[in-house]
Write a protein that binds this ligand. Structure first.
Ligand SMILES: [Zn+2]
Length: 493
């Protein structure tokens, strides 16, 4: 494919060397810049493959997406490249490039290549799988989540080798790119167990996270966990006439509404007994960093609040703290009785509420499940039969200290690449970080360079190319830095 160009015909990415090339730590920047055009072309090729993981009609495309990545890795010189396609899991890609020094640390880079569905299709300004370059963005499904960031790491390795003039990376690199993250990674635990030896490492670099803002680069240090539950209150087997029986039998809708109302106290704290016992407070440094991030309530509401008019939450915590380091209980849906046109004077037989909890370190989904079951039992009145159905196993939360040596190295690498103050932040959403960290038994750090408003999972997904290039530069710095004696020793302890 021809070199991607802006509409005015100029090259999207300048290949001139930015920064001061007299400093050796600028060699990575120069190497990234020299490879930028082919990076953009390659990423566009990959986006053309519609690997929608959740749609069985696209199974073949998910496989083609894995094959594209494997071919690209082989072309880049990765000596071991495999597609794992032997089990119930959608095809995952694994690659390993050993360092020349057998004592160098081993790093697993985690990402995913499956993409979200594209509907509503009529809201896209361009066909989702025909990538378009506009200003400094690539638009298309998967540009940001997560093909852009996986491609960023491929670029980083090439830049690292060029900048250090080596034929192998400074640390042993392993790439693990799964094919069903957008389906909730249902077979991730099995993949990790089946390939335990191949994935053995000293550190995981998780690459499916965003910067705080374009002008406020951040290193992510954690994600919340999640537990979903459906609570059903049954009063009887049939809806009954509210004149014949009303006032004389229990109403499951009223009883369930009382339970839902009892979930929070007036200070928005969750009233499950023991719920906060394991909640780890953020460090003073983390709170200071969160407070220093740009925040405008109205602007934030407009971009994130779905039309909400105010922010609210636990007293004593900022909006970012409420999102990142405090747990939640939210009613996702509630239904009972008749809600169709007109009126139907009944007492419903059944009421249902779907509730989800976002969890923070060191809460555990199993423990919260028991706390919820006890809470439901205590709030079930006489004459109502309650049941609680938990969705899957839940996702445990994860966080790493900003002071962790590997995390400090990521921070330093980001500072070098962005030429800017880099703060620590976290993510309010959930992902497989804790599962990776627990199964592989090593620390996990985050390195991402996308933006929260990249419209991931939505129409018109985009990625900002200069940020991906900075992310690639940061990763290239990181591989060099992790091999430095002191960090390497602490990592492989
Ligand atoms: Zn993702």
């Amino acid at each position: 494919m021809p070199t991607p160009r802006r509409r005015d015909g100029t090259a999207l990415v300048s290949t001139s060397v930015a920064g001061d090339s007299r400093h050796s730590d600028r060699a990575e920047r120069a190497a990234v810049a020299a490879l930028a055009d082919s990076f953009v072309a390659g990423l566009c090729d990959w986006i053309r493959i519609p690997g929608i993981g959740v749609d069985p009609a696209h199974r073949g495309d998910v496989r083609r997406s894995a094959e594209w990545l494997a071919d690209e890795l082989r072309r880049d010189g990765w000596p071991q490249v495999e597609i794992w396609d032997d089990g119930p899991a959608l095809p995952a890609v694994f690659a390993c490039w050993p360092a020349n020094d057998p004592d160098a640390p081993t790093v697993v880079v985690y990402g995913h290549h499956d993409v979200q569905p594209v509907d509503p299709l009529d809201r896209w300004e361009h066909p989702p799988f025909e990538p378009v370059i506009s200003e400094d963005e690539i638009r298309g499904r998967g540009a940001s989540d997560d093909k852009g960031q996986v491609a960023m790491h491929l670029l980083a390795v090439k830049a690292h080798l060029a900048a250090t003039n080596q034929n192998a990376p400074s640390v042993t690199l392993k790439l693990f790119v799964e094919g069903e993250e957008e389906s909730g990674s249902p077979h991730l635990r099995k993949l990790l167990d089946d390939h335990e030896n191949q994935l053995a490492c000293d550190l995981v670099v998780f690459t499916d996270t965003a910067l705080h803002e374009r002008d406020a680069p951040t290193v992510n240090t954690g994600q919340r966990g999640v537990l979903g539950a459906e609570i059903t209150f049954d009063g009887g087997t049939d809806d009954v006439h509210s004149g014949r029986a009303g006032g004389a039998i229990p109403n499951p809708a009223t009883a369930l509404a009382k339970l839902v109302a009892a979930l929070h106290d007036d200070d928005h704290r969750i009233r499950l007994e023991g719920f906060y016992d394991d909640v780890r407070e953020p460090s003073a440094q983390e709170r200071e960093d969160y407070a220093a991030l740009p925040f405008d309530e109205q602007d934030w509401l407009k971009r994130n609040g779905g039309g909400a008019q105010v922010t609210l939450g636990e007293p004593g915590y900022s909006t970012f703290e409420r999102l990142w380091v405090r747990p939640t209980a939210e009613v996702n849906g509630i239904s009972a009785g008749y809600t169709g046109p007109g009126f139907k004077t009944i007492i419903p037989a059944r009421a249902v509420a779907k509730i989800s909890f976002r969890l923070v370190p060191d809460q555990h989904p199993d423990k919260v499940k028991l706390q919820l079951e006890r809470f439901v039992a205590e709030h079930t009145p006489d004459g109502i039969t309650a049941s609680v159905a938990i969705r899957g196993e839940g996702v445990p939360p994860y966080a790493i200290s900003p002071d962790d040596p590997a995390n400090a190295a990521v921070h330093e690498a980001m500072k070098l690449a962005f030429d800017q103050h880099v703060r620590f932040a976290r993510a309010g959403g959930s992902g497989p970080a804790a599962v990776l960290q627990q199964r592989l038994g090593v620390p996990l750090v985050y390195l991402g360079a996308t933006l929260p408003d990249d419209r991931v999972h939505a129409p018109n997904e985009r990625v900002v190319v200069p940020l991906l290039l900075k992310g690639a530069e940061a990763a290239a710095h990181l591989w060099r830095m992790l091999a430095q004696a002191e960090i390497a020793k602490r990592l492989s302890r």
